[in-house]
Design a protein around this ligand. Structure first.
Ligand code: NAD
Length: 477
């Protein structure tokens, strides 16, 4: 593995890198300062808006094949740079180095799929009376204002950039100030691949100041945000006030229904691997386990035993399966949720207290028999917390799974086609995965229902969000 180095962080506006003062970026494994992330001024944001409009004029006139060439080259460069990107990601976000590599590969896969799909953004010709022709064009929506979170420093920005650019749009990306290197390295790959100036701009700053300035701007035609529900509601309201469409990829509280026709130990082992991904700091992280009574004890014991074996430590050490949490806020939330749940009668079966006092390490924590009124059962933990409860029937499990105002990902374990059918019909979520924990791939639409948001990323549905349908009706003279 190369020496762990962290890149210099700059803004990228109109095809040029800009330095500025800003805030420190911390390594969550030891709380040391990695670099300073620059904050954009109003003048920087105005320059980005002008550049994006200039870039859009060029890019929408570039053929889809040429656009795909450039976007595919960016993915190729990111693949070549995987080691330096993975190290920077683990330094700033904490995740184990193997998971950083996987995130970059997944980001590249998304970019490549979108690039190819950008050549197939077809319109329609609608049959009509002789002499009249109705043609539906799918045109780039325009300049996109994008806001990406700290948990997936590369793949979340990649999703937004790839969608926008593949559809012929220009983008101003405000990536996370806490994990900025992923976006900086992604943008550098696009720059080196030859994306024209202004098509892709990267800024950082005080999130509320940037979103409140950019969203109302007439040049901005689409808002895309991935993050928490409260912030999503604020940005969606602002977008609505200015009549801007939005893609809102918000939080979840994923249920996992374990039916009594499966092997409890095997499904518990798979579940522990699913829960450790990114230390549970994932909007689709499996969180509420509803296990049928016949296998409840076996599943819970196996889950807790596997959870205690998970090695937690610096993500740069390949032996570790879980790194630190990304920031101190997550430690505070885990501590508060565990204290609240145990005070209300939940049984603590594994983990439950911070590891050491330097770096934000917290073990995989398992709570069983957790009452519905425990805070963790209602609010997204967004951390390594698994909550296991027994249910009497599949109907009861579905009812409990749907009881919260969230609906992003849901999971189930069963061998019965009949159960799968009931789950597919009954579960309120944008994504349901049976017998595995992959909530989405590049080809499939990903997004939520209820308070988990709206709009889709990925798949043909995802690319459509970056276009507008224009009907041209032509009466032949
Ligand atoms: P938070 O609510 O303060 O921020 C969430 C995200 O929104 C961050 O990336 C932040 O930079 C950004 N943000 C905050 N205010 C903003 C504004 N006014 N305009 C634009 N962006 C803004 O919470 P947090 O402590 O950073 O993260 C914890 C919570 O966020 C979790 O509980 C989880 O629900 C949610 N989250 C969800 C995802 C996801 O993938 N859906 C990713 C990260 C965080």
């Amino acid at each position: 593995m190369p020496m762990p180095t962290y890149p210099e962080l700059q803004l990228f506006i109109a095809g040029e890198w800009r330095r500025a003062d800003g805030q420190p970026v911390l390594n969550p494994a030891d709380e040391s300062v990695l670099a300073t992330v620059p904050h954009a001024t109003r003048a920087d944001l105005d320059a980005a808006l002008t550049a994006a409009q200039d870039g859009l004029r060029v890019w929408r006139q570039t053929s889809p094949a040429k656009r795909a060439d450039i976007i595919l080259k960016a993915a190729r460069l990111a693949r070549e740079r995987i080691e330096e990107m993975a190290i920077a990601m683990t330094l700033e976000q904490g995740k184990p180095i193997a998971q950083s590599r996987l995130e970059i590969l997944r980001g590249c896969d998304i970019i490549e799929w979108d690039a190819a799909e950008g050549r197939r953004v077809y319109g329609r010709v609608i049959p009509s009376e002789p002499g009249m022709r109705h043609t539906v064009l799918r045109q780039p929506i325009g300049v996109v204002a994008a806001f990406s979170p700290w948990n997936f420093p590369m793949s979340s920005p990649a999703r937004k950039v790839a969608g926008a650019l593949s559809a012929g749009c220009a983008i101003i990306l405000k990536a996370s100030e806490e994990t900025p290197a992923g976006a900086v390295q992604l943008v550098r790959a696009f720059q080196d691949a030859g994306v024209p100036p202004g098509v892709l701009n990267l800024v950082f700053g005080t999130p509320s100041e940037i979103s409140e300035y950019l969203i109302p701007q007439p040049a901005v035609r689409l808002v895309t945000f991935t993050g928490s529900i409260p912030v999503g509601k604020r940005l969606a309201a602002l977008a609505g006030q200015h009549m801007k469409p939005a893609i809102m990829e918000l939080g979840g509280h994923a249920p996992v229904i374990v039916c009594d026709d499966v092997d409890p130990a095997a499904s518990a082992a798979t579940s522990v691997i699913g829960k450790t991904r990114n230390a549970g700091q994932v909007c689709v992280s499996p969180t509420r386990f509803y296990v049928q009574e016949a296998i409840y004890e076996k599943f819970t014991d196996a889950f807790a035993a596997k959870a205690r074996e998970v090695k937690v430590g610096d993500g740069l050490d390949p032996a570790n399966q879980m790194g630190p949490l990304a920031n101190y806020r997550r430690i505070e939330t885990m501590e508060a949720m565990v204290a609240d749940a145990t005070a209300k009668g939940a049984r603590l079966l594994a983990g439950g207290s911070r590891i050491g006092n330097r770096g934000y390490f917290y073990p995989l924590t398992v709570l069983a028999d957790v009452p519905d009124d425990a805070r963790a059962m209602r609010e997204e933990p967004f951390g390594p917390l698994a909550l296991i409860n027994a249910v009497g029937s599949l109907d009861e499990a579905i009812e409990k799974a749907n009881a919260l105002p969230y609906g992003l990902a849901a999971y189930a374990f069963t061998r019965s086609a009949r159960n799968v059918d009931r789950l597919a019909e009954g579960i309120e979520a944008g994504n349901l995965s049976i017998n595995h924990f992959v909530a989405s791939i590049a080809e499939t639409p990903f997004g939520g229902v209820k308070e988990s948001g709206y709009g889709r990323e990925g798949g043909t549905e995802g690319l459509e969000c970056y276009t507008v349908a224009k009907n041209v009706s032509h009466l032949v003279m």
